[in-house]
Design a protein around this ligand. Sequence first.
Ligand SMILES: NC(=O)c1ccc[n+]([C@@H]2O[C@H](COP(=O)([O-])OP(=O)(O)OC[C@H]3O[C@@H](n4cnc5c(N)ncnc54)[C@H](OP(=O)(O)O)[C@@H]3O)[C@@H](O)[C@H]2O)c1
Length: 252
Amino acid sequence: MKQKIALITGASSGIGKEFALQLDQEGYRLILCSRRKELLEEVASKCHDAVIFPMDVTNKEDIDALLKEYPEVDLFINNAGFGVHGSFLDTSLEKETAMLETNIIAVHILMKEYLKIMVKRDQGTILNVSSIASFFPGPYMASYYASKAYVTRLTEAVREELKKRHSSVQISLLCPGPVNTNFSKEAGVSFALKGDSPQYVAKYALKMLKKGKFYIIPNAKIRLARIGAKLAPTRLVSKIAMQIQKKKFNSM
Ligand SMILES: NC(=O)c1ccc[n+]([C@@H]2O[C@H](COP(=O)([O-])OP(=O)(O)OC[C@H]3O[C@@H](n4cnc5c(N)ncnc54)[C@H](OP(=O)(O)O)[C@@H]3O)[C@@H](O)[C@H]2O)c1
Protein backbone atom coordinates (compact mmCIF):
# COMPACT_ATOMS: atom_id res chain seq x y z
CA MET A 1 0.00 0.00 0.00
CA LYS A 2 1.23 3.52 -0.85
CA GLN A 3 2.61 5.38 2.17
CA LYS A 4 0.39 8.29 3.20
CA ILE A 5 1.84 11.80 3.36
CA ALA A 6 0.96 14.39 6.02
CA LEU A 7 2.03 18.02 5.90
CA ILE A 8 1.91 19.99 9.15
CA THR A 9 2.49 23.72 9.63
CA GLY A 10 3.70 24.82 13.06
CA ALA A 11 5.35 21.42 13.51
CA SER A 12 8.26 22.75 15.58
CA SER A 13 6.30 23.01 18.83
CA GLY A 14 3.14 22.23 20.78
CA ILE A 15 0.14 20.67 19.06
CA GLY A 16 1.82 20.55 15.63
CA LYS A 17 4.85 18.71 17.01
CA GLU A 18 2.54 16.18 18.68
CA PHE A 19 0.65 15.62 15.45
CA ALA A 20 3.99 14.86 13.82
CA LEU A 21 5.06 12.35 16.48
CA GLN A 22 1.71 10.56 16.51
CA LEU A 23 1.30 10.45 12.72
CA ASP A 24 4.82 9.05 12.55
CA GLN A 25 3.64 6.18 14.76
CA GLU A 26 0.81 5.61 12.28
CA GLY A 27 3.34 5.19 9.46
CA TYR A 28 2.85 8.53 7.68
CA ARG A 29 5.60 10.19 5.69
CA LEU A 30 5.85 13.70 7.15
CA ILE A 31 6.56 17.16 5.81
CA LEU A 32 7.25 19.44 8.75
CA CYS A 33 6.95 23.21 8.30
CA SER A 34 7.69 26.21 10.53
CA ARG A 35 10.32 28.92 10.84
CA ARG A 36 12.70 27.38 13.40
CA LYS A 37 14.85 24.90 11.46
CA GLU A 38 16.68 23.47 14.49
CA LEU A 39 13.44 22.60 16.25
CA LEU A 40 12.06 21.01 13.09
CA GLU A 41 15.26 18.96 12.79
CA GLU A 42 14.80 17.82 16.37
CA VAL A 43 11.22 16.70 15.68
CA ALA A 44 12.25 15.01 12.41
CA SER A 45 15.05 13.13 14.20
CA LYS A 46 12.41 11.44 16.36
CA CYS A 47 10.43 10.29 13.31
CA HIS A 48 11.02 7.41 10.91
CA ASP A 49 10.33 9.27 7.67
CA ALA A 50 10.15 13.04 7.93
CA VAL A 51 11.49 15.90 5.83
CA ILE A 52 11.65 19.44 7.10
CA PHE A 53 10.61 22.51 5.15
CA PRO A 54 11.66 25.62 7.09
CA MET A 55 9.33 28.44 6.08
CA ASP A 56 7.40 31.44 7.21
CA VAL A 57 3.73 30.82 6.37
CA THR A 58 3.24 34.57 5.91
CA ASN A 59 5.81 34.63 3.11
CA LYS A 60 4.14 34.06 -0.28
CA GLU A 61 7.42 32.91 -1.87
CA ASP A 62 7.79 30.26 0.85
CA ILE A 63 4.23 29.08 0.19
CA ASP A 64 4.86 28.90 -3.56
CA ALA A 65 8.05 26.90 -2.96
CA LEU A 66 6.19 24.53 -0.62
CA LEU A 67 3.42 23.93 -3.15
CA LYS A 68 5.94 23.35 -5.91
CA GLU A 69 7.94 20.86 -3.84
CA TYR A 70 5.02 19.05 -2.16
CA PRO A 71 1.83 19.54 -4.18
CA GLU A 72 0.22 16.23 -3.25
CA VAL A 73 -0.45 15.32 0.36
CA ASP A 74 -3.05 13.04 1.92
CA LEU A 75 -3.44 15.03 5.14
CA PHE A 76 -2.82 18.75 5.54
CA ILE A 77 -2.83 20.14 9.09
CA ASN A 78 -3.19 23.91 8.89
CA ASN A 79 -1.93 24.58 12.41
CA ALA A 80 0.61 27.44 12.63
CA GLY A 81 -0.72 30.33 14.68
CA PHE A 82 -0.28 32.52 17.72
CA GLY A 83 -2.13 34.96 19.97
CA VAL A 84 -1.79 38.57 21.06
CA HIS A 85 -3.26 39.76 24.35
CA GLY A 86 -4.12 43.13 25.81
CA SER A 87 -6.64 45.90 25.43
CA PHE A 88 -7.40 46.56 21.75
CA LEU A 89 -6.35 50.17 22.26
CA ASP A 90 -2.93 49.17 23.57
CA THR A 91 -1.86 46.12 21.56
CA SER A 92 0.91 46.54 19.00
CA LEU A 93 -0.56 46.96 15.53
CA GLU A 94 2.57 45.41 14.05
CA LYS A 95 2.24 42.28 16.19
CA GLU A 96 -1.49 42.07 15.50
CA THR A 97 -1.16 42.36 11.75
CA ALA A 98 1.57 39.69 11.82
CA MET A 99 -0.89 37.51 13.74
CA LEU A 100 -3.69 38.17 11.24
CA GLU A 101 -1.29 37.30 8.38
CA THR A 102 -0.48 34.01 10.14
CA ASN A 103 -3.85 33.00 11.59
CA ILE A 104 -6.02 34.20 8.69
CA ILE A 105 -4.22 34.95 5.41
CA ALA A 106 -1.74 32.06 5.52
CA VAL A 107 -4.39 29.61 6.74
CA HIS A 108 -6.69 30.81 3.93
CA ILE A 109 -4.08 30.57 1.15
CA LEU A 110 -2.74 27.17 2.21
CA MET A 111 -6.23 25.74 2.66
CA LYS A 112 -7.33 26.99 -0.75
CA GLU A 113 -4.24 25.73 -2.60
CA TYR A 114 -4.23 22.26 -1.01
CA LEU A 115 -7.99 21.96 -1.31
CA LYS A 116 -7.87 22.71 -5.06
CA ILE A 117 -5.35 19.90 -5.56
CA MET A 118 -7.29 17.49 -3.31
CA VAL A 119 -10.61 18.22 -5.02
CA LYS A 120 -9.03 17.49 -8.41
CA ARG A 121 -7.86 14.11 -7.08
CA ASP A 122 -11.13 13.71 -5.13
CA GLN A 123 -9.04 12.58 -2.20
CA GLY A 124 -7.45 14.00 0.94
CA THR A 125 -8.13 15.55 4.33
CA ILE A 126 -7.62 19.05 5.67
CA LEU A 127 -7.65 19.81 9.38
CA ASN A 128 -7.84 23.53 10.16
CA VAL A 129 -6.70 24.34 13.68
CA SER A 130 -9.06 26.97 15.04
CA SER A 131 -9.94 27.39 18.72
CA ILE A 132 -12.88 27.43 21.11
CA ALA A 133 -12.14 31.18 21.03
CA SER A 134 -13.66 31.19 17.54
CA PHE A 135 -17.17 30.86 19.00
CA PHE A 136 -17.05 33.90 21.32
CA PRO A 137 -16.14 37.58 21.33
CA GLY A 138 -12.90 37.83 23.37
CA PRO A 139 -12.32 41.16 25.08
CA TYR A 140 -8.58 41.65 25.89
CA MET A 141 -7.69 39.12 23.22
CA ALA A 142 -10.11 40.55 20.69
CA SER A 143 -8.17 40.15 17.47
CA TYR A 144 -7.01 36.59 18.27
CA TYR A 145 -10.59 35.46 18.93
CA ALA A 146 -11.74 37.24 15.77
CA SER A 147 -8.94 35.64 13.72
CA LYS A 148 -10.07 32.18 14.83
CA ALA A 149 -13.72 33.08 14.10
CA TYR A 150 -12.58 33.62 10.51
CA VAL A 151 -11.03 30.15 10.38
CA THR A 152 -14.15 28.54 11.82
CA ARG A 153 -16.62 30.36 9.55
CA LEU A 154 -14.48 29.77 6.45
CA THR A 155 -14.17 26.06 7.21
CA GLU A 156 -17.89 25.69 7.99
CA ALA A 157 -18.81 27.33 4.69
CA VAL A 158 -16.34 25.38 2.57
CA ARG A 159 -17.55 22.15 4.14
CA GLU A 160 -21.01 22.86 2.68
CA GLU A 161 -19.53 23.61 -0.73
CA LEU A 162 -17.68 20.29 -0.68
CA LYS A 163 -20.85 18.44 0.31
CA LYS A 164 -22.77 20.11 -2.51
CA ARG A 165 -20.26 18.90 -5.09
CA HIS A 166 -20.23 15.38 -3.52
CA SER A 167 -16.50 15.63 -2.96
CA SER A 168 -14.71 12.86 -1.08
CA VAL A 169 -12.32 15.40 0.39
CA GLN A 170 -12.74 15.70 4.16
CA ILE A 171 -12.40 19.01 5.95
CA SER A 172 -12.46 19.25 9.74
CA LEU A 173 -12.05 21.88 12.40
CA LEU A 174 -10.04 21.46 15.60
CA CYS A 175 -11.26 23.82 18.34
CA PRO A 176 -9.29 23.23 21.52
CA GLY A 177 -9.66 25.09 24.79
CA PRO A 178 -6.43 25.86 26.67
CA VAL A 179 -3.55 23.54 25.74
CA ASN A 180 -0.23 23.48 27.57
CA THR A 181 2.12 24.55 24.79
CA ASN A 182 4.29 27.53 24.03
CA PHE A 183 1.12 29.42 23.02
CA SER A 184 0.47 31.01 26.43
CA LYS A 185 4.09 32.15 26.77
CA GLU A 186 3.99 33.61 23.27
CA ALA A 187 0.74 35.44 24.06
CA GLY A 188 1.91 36.43 27.57
CA VAL A 189 -1.04 34.82 29.37
CA SER A 190 -1.54 32.18 32.02
CA PHE A 191 -4.65 30.08 31.55
CA ALA A 192 -7.67 30.57 33.84
CA LEU A 193 -8.67 26.93 33.22
CA LYS A 194 -6.51 23.81 33.46
CA GLY A 195 -4.97 23.18 30.07
CA ASP A 196 -5.03 19.88 28.16
CA SER A 197 -1.75 18.32 27.10
CA PRO A 198 -0.81 18.63 23.41
CA GLN A 199 -0.39 14.84 23.39
CA TYR A 200 -4.04 14.37 24.40
CA VAL A 201 -5.30 17.02 21.96
CA ALA A 202 -3.44 15.52 18.98
CA LYS A 203 -4.52 11.98 19.89
CA TYR A 204 -8.16 13.00 20.29
CA ALA A 205 -8.11 15.01 17.07
CA LEU A 206 -6.65 12.15 15.01
CA LYS A 207 -9.22 9.73 16.44
CA MET A 208 -12.11 12.08 15.59
CA LEU A 209 -10.64 12.84 12.17
CA LYS A 210 -10.71 9.11 11.36
CA LYS A 211 -14.35 9.02 12.43
CA GLY A 212 -15.04 11.82 9.94
CA LYS A 213 -16.07 14.36 12.61
CA PHE A 214 -16.25 17.99 11.55
CA TYR A 215 -16.12 19.88 14.89
CA ILE A 216 -13.35 18.45 17.02
CA ILE A 217 -13.43 19.87 20.55
CA PRO A 218 -11.19 17.76 22.77
CA ASN A 219 -12.58 18.61 26.22
CA ALA A 220 -16.06 18.04 27.71
CA LYS A 221 -16.05 21.31 29.69
CA ILE A 222 -15.12 23.25 26.57
CA ARG A 223 -17.89 21.51 24.59
CA LEU A 224 -20.34 22.59 27.30
CA ALA A 225 -19.02 26.16 27.18
CA ARG A 226 -19.74 26.24 23.47
CA ILE A 227 -23.32 25.07 23.99
CA GLY A 228 -23.78 27.67 26.75
CA ALA A 229 -22.45 30.40 24.50
CA LYS A 230 -24.90 29.41 21.76
CA LEU A 231 -27.85 29.78 24.11
CA ALA A 232 -26.83 32.98 25.93
CA PRO A 233 -27.06 36.52 24.50
CA THR A 234 -23.81 37.66 22.84
CA ARG A 235 -23.43 40.58 25.25
CA LEU A 236 -23.49 38.23 28.26
CA VAL A 237 -21.03 35.82 26.60
CA SER A 238 -18.76 38.77 25.89
CA LYS A 239 -18.87 39.89 29.53
CA ILE A 240 -18.08 36.39 30.81
CA ALA A 241 -15.24 36.04 28.29
CA MET A 242 -13.88 39.39 29.48
CA GLN A 243 -13.81 38.19 33.10
CA ILE A 244 -11.98 35.01 32.06
CA GLN A 245 -9.51 36.97 29.94
CA LYS A 246 -8.85 39.46 32.75
CA LYS A 247 -7.93 36.59 35.08
CA LYS A 248 -5.57 35.17 32.46
CA PHE A 249 -3.24 38.05 32.06
CA ASN A 250 -0.16 38.11 34.21
CA SER A 251 0.01 41.85 33.73
CA MET A 252 -3.59 42.82 34.57
N1 LIG B 1 -2.34 26.31 23.13
C1 LIG B 1 -3.60 26.67 23.18
O1 LIG B 1 -4.14 26.95 24.28
C2 LIG B 1 -4.42 26.72 21.94
C3 LIG B 1 -5.83 26.69 22.06
C4 LIG B 1 -6.61 26.75 20.92
C5 LIG B 1 -6.00 26.81 19.67
N2 LIG B 1 -4.64 26.83 19.58
C6 LIG B 1 -4.05 26.93 18.24
O2 LIG B 1 -3.20 25.81 18.03
C7 LIG B 1 -2.23 26.13 17.04
C8 LIG B 1 -0.87 25.66 17.50
O3 LIG B 1 -0.49 26.39 18.64
P1 LIG B 1 0.26 25.73 19.90
O4 LIG B 1 -0.64 25.82 21.04
O5 LIG B 1 0.84 24.42 19.51
O6 LIG B 1 1.39 26.84 20.13
P2 LIG B 1 2.97 26.82 19.94
O7 LIG B 1 3.58 25.74 20.76
O8 LIG B 1 3.41 28.22 20.18
O9 LIG B 1 3.17 26.46 18.41
C9 LIG B 1 2.90 27.38 17.38
C10 LIG B 1 3.52 26.87 16.10
O10 LIG B 1 3.21 27.79 15.05
C11 LIG B 1 4.40 28.05 14.31
N3 LIG B 1 4.34 29.37 13.68
C12 LIG B 1 3.95 30.54 14.23
N4 LIG B 1 4.06 31.54 13.34
C13 LIG B 1 4.54 30.97 12.20
C14 LIG B 1 4.89 31.48 10.91
N5 LIG B 1 4.78 32.78 10.60
N6 LIG B 1 5.35 30.62 9.98
C15 LIG B 1 5.47 29.30 10.26
N7 LIG B 1 5.16 28.76 11.45
C16 LIG B 1 4.71 29.60 12.41
C17 LIG B 1 5.52 27.97 15.37
O11 LIG B 1 6.75 27.61 14.76
P3 LIG B 1 8.02 28.61 14.52
O12 LIG B 1 8.04 29.58 15.63
O13 LIG B 1 9.16 27.65 14.48
O14 LIG B 1 7.74 29.22 13.18
C18 LIG B 1 5.04 26.79 16.20
O15 LIG B 1 5.47 25.58 15.63
C19 LIG B 1 -2.34 27.65 16.82
O16 LIG B 1 -3.05 27.90 15.63
C20 LIG B 1 -3.14 28.12 18.02
O17 LIG B 1 -3.85 29.29 17.77
C21 LIG B 1 -3.84 26.77 20.68
